[in-house]
Ligand binder design. Sequence first.
Ligand code: SF4
Length: 380
Amino acid sequence: MKEWTDPFNSFNSLKGLLYRPWLEGILRGEFLPPIEASIDPAFLCNLDCQWCNSHYILKNGHHHEGEKIGENGNSKEKHANSRMMSRDHLFNLCNFLMDWGVQGYCFAGGGEPFIHRDLWEITRHIATRGFDTAFLTNGSMMDERDMDTVVRYSRWIGVSVDAGNRDSYARLKGVPPEVFDKTVENLKRMVELKKRMGTRIEISLKFLICPDNSGEIFDATRLAREIGVDYIHIRPAAYQNIIGNGNLKYQFPVSLIEDQIKKSFELETPDFQVFGVRHKFSPDMSIKRKFNHCLAPPLLINCGADGHVYLCVDHRGKRQFSLGTHYPDPENILTFWGGEKHQLMMNCVNLDKCPRCTFGIYNEIIEKTLLKDQMCRNFP
Ligand code: SF4
């Protein structure tokens, strides 16, 4: 079953091969500054998606709604429980990371990044300093200034829609159908701005498959093409993220999904692509793990709205995976990055207890290309 038409695309995990100096540094125990920062400016969301990878954060009562780190007096306890970074801290953090050498800045999970109203300003600032920005968002909270900034300055934006129509969207996300209309409207506006500005941003519509929306993949692909986005990105939702799921396992209707994706590929044009990412999953769409060690996390730093740095994006918000804090002084990161605790935490990861690993194929690449030399690397 095909995944894409051109392997040179952002979703091909073999791009991990580009990161050899970082991967070799990890094996030597000398971690380089990460390539990417995944920054969660807000631990808040306006939707309630069934499979949200931030359920742990959003449903967890240990945070205090509306408080910002950096704006709540000096109480350490309050800072540690914040759900939103202050504007000042967001700038301090990003300035430190840029000085340190981090190249890409993805504003994403832990909630909806555009709930943070200073995002447009930090995006411009990062672009002015010559670094890349990207966004994973539900798209419904963006205003004209956000969209103008994103289209003008960013490398890519992925907007989660996950449904083929407004009623299904409303049901899956626990919101009125008008939120779907607004999201589609915003996507159209960004496509229009991109055409007008002639910028290089890649705009995508994202579709996470669950049993309830499996029959809507084709409709969503048709919608994406009508809107005029660059591509649709289709992959299974991770039921492991659902809090209190009592070992619920999604039973994906695999043949229906295969059929929907096959039909979706027929909608491709030179300007519209379909990415049905399969290499990260088993045939039944459950977790596929072909590695034995957790080695790749230092390619990325995940900075939470609560002032903590987490081992990887899949464990964001879980205090047992906190490496240390970036608040109040981001330079504190230098005291623990690549240190004994960081290395020990990676060594002690119980893979059986991990959710789906975003960096699974990078873990595999380190083991197979560098440790075992399965590609005979000295013979190009
Ligand atoms: S999900 Fe687990 S294996 Fe993957 S990077 Fe995170 S801690 Fe490591």
